[in-house]
Design a protein around this ligand. Structure first.
Ligand SMILES: [Zn+2]
Length: 117
């Protein structure tokens, strides 16, 4: 199930940025083309984050719709559904400009109670 490998990558990325602090929220950007099932990803995340700084963190996500640029029309459109075609002229040679995102947008970490810095 590819959600598990994604969840592992998300945990690794969040942990790297957390610098040892406890992560409370992880916010993602999920492109529609990635075909990630958010509930499956949240489930996988809860499992792979156990005993890491992300243990118990809340996973949130923003869905990024597919946007394509059509050279003949010189126009960028948002697609409601596949296939990847220009909704105006039907040209299939469109360039994907959004929708392939799968990134950690931000994390929130717990404030350290005892700061020794
Ligand atoms: Zn077009």
């Amino acid at each position: 199930m590819h959600e598990f490998s994604i969840a592992s990558a998300v945990v690794a990325t969040a942990a790297k940025h957390a610098g040892g602090r406890r992560v409370t929220v992880v916010s993602l950007r999920l492109g529609a083309l990635r075909q990630v099932v958010p509930d499956a990803l949240a489930f996988a995340f809860a499992i792979v984050s156990r005993e890491t700084v992300c243990d118990g963190a809340r996973l949130t996500w923003e869905s990024v719709p597919v946007r394509v640029r059509c050279a003949p029309c010189d126009r960028t459109s948002t697609l409601e559904r596949l296939p990847l075609r220009c909704p105006r002229c039907g040209d299939g040679g469109v360039a994907v400009v959004a929708g392939e995102e799968l990134e950690v947008e931000s994390i929130e970490v717990e404030e350290e109670a005892a700061c020794t810095a």
